[in-house]
Write a protein of this length. Structure first.
Length: 436
């Protein structure tokens, strides 16, 4: 039976798998004993602190780690025993079925019997992160530029709408494109200092940019309100008709002759973010097949080769930052009008990390993968909210499992959007065909 390259010579695969699982369980025990097994609580009698032990929970977690590692090793050995034959997942064919199903579910969600307001709020949150993930996917997935400060453009869009609407009385539909343009402008400003940076250095600079924006919002009290934020942000209207709870003249309920309900505004916001997300997806797919999209992919694969081919790397990077930032600004404007209040605490680094995790776990460059990852991460995180501190453990475990099972993301595809119709050897001998 063939063995993995990392196994010891002469040792049976089962023994090697058990040895590796025992080591994993030992490491898990060292981590979980202080983190889970010992917990400080406040005494009801004297108000002091005491240590409460949870050895049963530690034992369960260590057993899960042991069993998971053992199964993963046995699965790898079984796959190696099949002479390395691996049946690829036809994600292109699967996507033909999954993508329309997800779209139909998104369109019909407010009309499905039993859909509550909390479900609609969760749908709005998931779609917001889907839009943010698709925007960042342009920068990271298509152009290959690691951006850890994407939340800065999210914040620029939110504060742009808040300031324009509260100061000048402009409507949401007027401020929405302005917020996107301002975010794109800041994306270009970020692009200029990082033109010569790649990899870790680019990530550090973009991370610093995100923190600079947050600190500016926190300290420029006269403009942004500082830590107090901006409140009273106007809600969007339906062609001038408002969603007042009591109905009355000029209301949405009066226009359609229906009973006033607070749910109408939630459903309207749901479809607004759905349209914005679909617009982001449509523009991205169109750009991928245009010369600009092919240049992004060339830059992602090899920047030096792209320069040698005469590609203007400066304009390519700036266009990726600007377009990705524009969609982040759109999402930020929607976030501001949905919350009616914003503050710097909503735009911390953890938001950038979540959006980047959605893109990476979904699969770099994959639109369907980003949507599925956002649904799993954001929706699943809310489902496990009742588990208190355990939900972070479940969340982290799920991420580890996904990265072990699918190292390149749920829908991993790096195939160029456009390829040559035929591929031939230098000698002229036919070697294969492929259609883009």
């Amino acid at each position: 039976m063939p063995r993995d390259a990392g196994s010891a010579p002469g040792r049976p695969p089962l023994a090697e798998a058990l040895r590796d699982a025992v080591i994993t369980a030992a490491v898990a025990a060292l981590l979980f004993i202080p983190l889970v097994g010992l917990r400080t609580d406040v005494s009801n009698a004297g108000g002091g602190l005491f240590v409460r032990t949870r050895w049963t929970d530690v034992l369960i977690l260590v057993a899960i780690a042991f069993a998971g590692r053992l199964l993963m090793n046995l699965f790898g050995a079984a796959r190696a025993a099949r002479s390395g034959v691996r049946l690829p997942v036809a994600w292109g064919k699967v996507g033909v079925v999954v993508a329309p199903a997800l779209l139909a579910l998104a369109l019909l969600l407010p009309w499905i019997p039993g859909t509550s307001r909390s479900t609609l709020d969760l749908g709005i949150l998931v779609l917001t992160y889907v839009m943010l993930g698709w925007g960042l996917n342009i920068v990271v997935g298509l152009a290959g530029l690691l951006d850890l400060g994407y939340v800065a453009f999210y914040a620029v869009g939110a504060y742009s709408y808040a300031l324009l609407s509260t100061t000048f009385g402009l409507s949401f539909w007027v401020c929405l494109p302005l917020a996107g343009i301002l975010a794109a402008f800041w994306g270009v400003l970020l692009g200029f200092p990082v033109l010569r940076l790649r990899g870790d250095y680019l990530a550090i600079v973009t991370l610093a940019f995100g923190e600079i924006i947050r600190i500016v919002l926190l300290n420029w009290v006269s403009l942004t309100g500082g830590p107090n934020g901006i409140g009273g942000i106007p809600r969007p209207s339906f062609f001038g008709y408002t969603f007042s709870a009591g109905g009355g003249p000029g209301s949405f309920a009066e226009l359609f002759g229906i009973e006033p309900s607070p749910t109408h505004r939630v459903v309207f916001l749901y479809y607004v973010i759905l349209v914005l997300a679909l617009l982001t997806n449509w523009v991205t797919l169109r750009l991928r097949r245009q010369p600009l999209g092919r240049v992004w992919e060339a830059l992602r694969e090899d920047e030096i080769a792209a320069r040698a081919l005469g590609i203007n790397v400066t304009n390519t990077k700036l266009s990726a930052f600007a377009i990705g930032a524009m969609f982040g600004g759109f999402a930020g404007a929607f976030f501001a009008t949905r919350q009616a209040f914003i503050s710097p605490e909503s735009f911390t680094f953890i938001e950038s990390a979540i959006i980047l995790a959605i893109v990476v776990l979904g699969g770099l460059g994959s639109q369907l993968g980003v949507a599925i990852a956002a649904l799993v991460m954001i929706g699943g995180f809310e489902v496990f909210r009742g588990l208190d501190e355990w939900r972070m453990l479940v969340f982290g475990t799920a991420m580890v499992v996904i990265m072990v099972w699918r190292p390149r993301g749920l829908v991993s595809s790096r195939t160029p959007s456009v390829t040559l119709g035929k591929r031939r050897a230098i000698s002229g001998e036919h070697v294969g065909e492929g259609r883009g």
